[in-house]
Design a protein around this ligand. Structure first.
Ligand code: NAD
Ligand code: TYD
Length: 356
């Protein structure tokens, strides 16, 4: 029995790998192209486990994907590899379509051929699990009900459009070819090993360096926040007990306005790292993101009632753990601050005028 995990050196994929290696005896073969977002240091203790094998490979490389399936004979694949940052998708959408849409189709084809040739009972037990986002559902007003699995797709950014495209392909491969797929649509994750281009780690690291905390627009956009370890647990549960062909929403029951998130973060930093307090003095409103979705909210009652999952971490406890992790791990932070990262900061923030 072996599990394949794509996007394994990224934020969520590495958490899944660390959890699997810490809590199960099953071999894990992890695949990652090591783009700017992938970092083998994120495997943490799983890096040295004899149960973990890393394959440096691109999911768009079909012969390589076929060879990996052939060699390791997995019982399932958890597909997390993607370009994942909305702001980057605005600056350069092509890579998002290439990896998220073409890459997912490549994997679906390879998995389909592999699955078709499997003998029973391995064939019935095989799963292709696709990890997606709540952003495919579009934007909510303050009073709209939360996204359900049946909510119509209305993606607004190149990122969410490319994820929506991949979701539709997964659905089609199940409906047309019978591939036993599972899909999850999750809200915003946060936690350790998060690349500092996303809101929470960017704000933590800027605050520690006394740099401005750039809040887009009026800071009233709402996201639902889930601690990454809770997401990884949900993915493992869906893999073992989810019904093929189904999709499951995953959420944190923690809707927060961006400005409130930044204030809680600053207060937590004031306590855990008093040098530089009050950190909230660094908050700066900047030009908004084009097409910025106003609110995401997720109804995960299907996952709760069918499989008994709920987040274990509250936003406040999870955020505290996250801030402490960044304080304790300057080595990891230094390792991701490559030339590419500095170039990105110039590109995304240099032209954003301060509006406060
Ligand atoms: P991430 O950007 O941190 O990691 C993505 C990983 O995929 C990186 O390690 C990168 O090197 C790898 N990758 C990119 N292109 C590749 C390719 N062509 N071949 C092989 N590997 C490639 O992203 P994340 O936050 O860990 O997200 C993982 C998945 O979860 C994505 O599919 C994302 O859409 C989804 N998701 C993320 C969130 C969130 O809040 N971060 C929420 C819901 C869903
Ligand atoms: P982000 O972490 O990029 O996730 P997503 O866009 O996928 O939800 O952004 C979360 C929210 O924070 C989003 O509303 C945009 C906002 N934001 C800022 O206000 N400033 C920033 O510097 C960043 C990166 C994000």
């Amino acid at each position: 029995m072996t599990l394949l995990v794509t996007g394994s050196a990224g934020f969520i994929g590495s958490c899944v790998v660390r959890q699997l290696i810490a809590e199960t005896d099953e071999p894990v073969v992890s695949i990652d192209a090591l783009t700017y977002a992938g970092n083998p240091l994120s495997f943490g203790p799983a890096a040295d486990s004899p149960l973990h094998r890393f394959e440096h490979a691109d999911i768009r490389d079909e012969p390589r994907m076929r060879a990996i399936f052939e060699q390791y004979q997995p019982r399932a694949i958890l597909h997390l590899a993607a370009e994942s940052h909305v702001d980057r998708s605005i600056h350069g959408p092509a890579e998002f379509v290439s990896t998220n849409v073409i890459g997912t189709m490549t994997l679906l084809q390879v998995a389909l051929d592999y699955w078709r040739a499997l003998p029973e009972p391995r064939k019935s037990a095989f799963r292709f699990q696709h990890i997606s986002t709540d952003e495919v559902f579009g934007s909510l007003s303050a009073t709209d009900p939360a996204f359900e699995e049946t909510t119509a797709y209305q993606p607004n950014s190149p990122y969410s459009a490319s994820k929506a495209g991949s979701d539709h392909l997964v659905r089609a491969w199940h409906h047309t070819y019978g591939l036993p797929t599972l899909m999850t649509n999750c809200s915003n994750n946060y936690g350790p090993y998060h690349f500092p281009e996303k809101l929470i780690p960017l704000m933590i690291l800027n605050a520690l360096e006394g740099k401005p905390l750039p809040v887009y627009g009026d800071g009233q956009n709402v996201r639902d926040w889930l601690y990454v370890e809770d997401h990884a647990r949900a993915l493992r549960l869906v893999l073992e007990r989810g019904r093929p062909g189904e999709t499951y929403n995953v959420g944190g029951a923690a809707e927060r306005k961006n400005l409130d998130v930044v204030h809680v973060l600053c207060a937590t930093l004031d306590e855990l790292h008093p040098a530089g307090a009050p950190h909230a003095r660094l908050i700066q409103f900047v030009t908004d993101r084009p097409g910025h979705d106003r609110r995401y909210a997720i109804n995960f009652s299907k996952l709760e009632s069918e499989l008994g999952w709920r987040p274990q971490e509250s936003f406040e406890t999870g955020l505290r753990k996250t801030v402490q992790w960044y304080l304790d791990n300057p080595g990891w932070v230094a390792s991701v601050r490559s030339g590419d990262y500095r170039h990105w900061l110039d590109k995304n923030y240099a032209q954003r005028a301060s509006t406060s």
